[in-house]
Design a protein around this ligand. Structure first.
Ligand SMILES: C[S@@+](CC[C@H](N)C(=O)[O-])C[C@H]1O[C@@H](n2cnc3c(N)ncnc32)[C@H](O)[C@@H]1O
Length: 401
């Protein structure tokens, strides 16, 4: 139990909702795993993400972003929220400058990063980037909204979630509480807290906002028929984030890439502890109380909740699919095929690139990530089907006669 956390909990009366705890241990500027800049992203750090495996991910994503940016005339912005180590931002800047020099001349990279420690690392990494780069908050951007594309790669899974528990008759918020022991140190523990208010439940119940989106035949979000102690997550941070993001963008697209499930999988009876996981030093645990402020905590996004919150915030949904399928539509198979033609002297490098490409589409890990696109602005209604949602070209096929 770190002293800072004990002090905070005592000041709060000995317990706080899980969402407050998650906000503190991830985003507190001094003690949070992200806020302090303590977490390291990459195969040698705490956890790996797609861009941290090398430049292949950005190379495949760049044509999609370029297509969207080219649809807008004049100065455009590529906004990356939660850029972590800044790897993806740099790789995309390099890919756009090399492949779309005309577009790159009128494109600015804007990074939205709440963690001062991470922003400092991003500044160092992007010092020589081939595009102009600036850092801004959503509030800064709302004062002068930009036109272009917002990218949110593994950001929504870091928003603090509410955990709720069924106690046999009521849905209760899960709290993190100090546990006084007769002897020995104070411990942290998870305990049922206040019951959800009728307003909070109304969103989820048949006839409520989420139920309306799901439609009558969809399984409803947890009704009373769950065993005592069954626990899951709600995403109260999604709507404010989508609203703030929307206020920052006058016209363009939002691409969310993240861990996500459909409501029927998310809230299936057998998923009795939700999706919350903690990561550190390439280790994973489902115990969110371990070494607070040193582990990444992450929860999947519920796809229907995301769609509902985005629509309410003025976004038009363009659809989504799994990363494996999205990357195939963007030419992953051609890239793999191309590696076979590489020079034998570079065999080790070619095999490493092949390995990275295959990891991006591995159906049980990164390939299961979801890509979801949204549009906003005066021409959002005319938005065409994004390239990543189209059918992939056949690879190695003989040219048409
Ligand atoms: C899991 S990391 C992902 C980093 C990077 N996008 C990657 O995939 O390698 C989450 C990132 O989101 C940032 N973040 C957390 N809350 C945020 C918010 N409300 N708005 C923007 N970024 C946020 C974190 O500081 C961190 O940079």
């Amino acid at each position: 139990m770190p002293a800072w956390l004990q002090e905070r909990l005592e000041a709060a009366g000995g317990r706080v909702p899980f969402r407050t705890y998650m906000e503190w241990v991830l985003h507190d500027p001094e003690h949070g795993a992200y806020g302090s800049g303590r977490l390291r992203i990459g195969p040698d750090g705490d956890f790996a993400t797609s861009p941290s495996l090398g430049p292949e991910f950005a190379a495949l994503l760049a044509p999609q972003l370029a297509e969207w940016l080219e649809q807008i005339e004049g100065g455009v912005s590529l906004v990356e929220t939660g850029p972590g180590e800044g790897q993806l931002a740099l790789q995309l800047a390099e890919a756009l400058a090399a492949g779309w020099p005309g577009l790159a001349e009128r494109c600015t990279l804007v990074l939205v990063e709440p963690s001062p420690g991470l922003a400092e690392r991003q500044r160092r990494r992007l010092a020589g980037a081939p595009l102009p780069v600036r850092w801004a908050s959503f509030e800064d951007l709302a004062a002068e909204p930009v036109r272009g594309v917002v990218l949110a790669h593994e950001v929504l899974d870091a928003l603090a979630i509410e955990r709720i528990v069924w106690d046999g008759s009521l849905w209760r918020r899960q709290d993190v509480a100090l546990h006084p022991q007769v002897a020995g140190p104070l411990l942290l523990q998870l305990e049922p807290g206040d019951a959800l208010t009728p307003e909070e439940l109304a969103v989820l119940k048949p006839g409520g906002a989420l139920a309306e989106v799901l439609g009558p035949e969809d399984p409803r979000f947890p009704d009373g028929r769950r065993p005592v102690g069954w626990c899951t997550e709600l995403h109260p941070g999604l709507a404010p984030w989508l609203g703030a993001c929307g206020a920052a963008l006058a016209e363009g697209r939002l691409l969310v890439i993240d861990y996500a499930h459909e409501a029927r999988r998310y809230y299936a009876p057998q998923r009795s502890a939700g999706t919350l996981m903690a990561y550190r030093a390439q280790q994973a645990t489902d115990d969110p109380l371990r070494e607070p402020g040193h582990w990444d905590l992450t929860a999947h996004v519920c796809l229907e909740s995301l769609e509902a919150a985005a629509t309410a915030a003025g976004w038009r949904s363009l659809g989504g699919r799994r990363q494996g399928e999205a990357l195939l539509a963007l030419g992953l198979a051609e890239r793999l095929h191309g590696l076979q033609q590489g020079p034998a002297a570079e065999l080790a490098a070619l095999l490493a690139r092949r390995e990275a490409l295959l990891r991006l589409v591995d159906p049980v890990t990164l390939g299961d990530f979801r890509w979801i696109a949204f549009a906003r602005g005066p021409r959002a209604g005319e938005a065409a089907l994004p390239r990543f949602l189209q059918d992939p070209e056949p690879v190695g096929a003989a040219p048409a006669a």
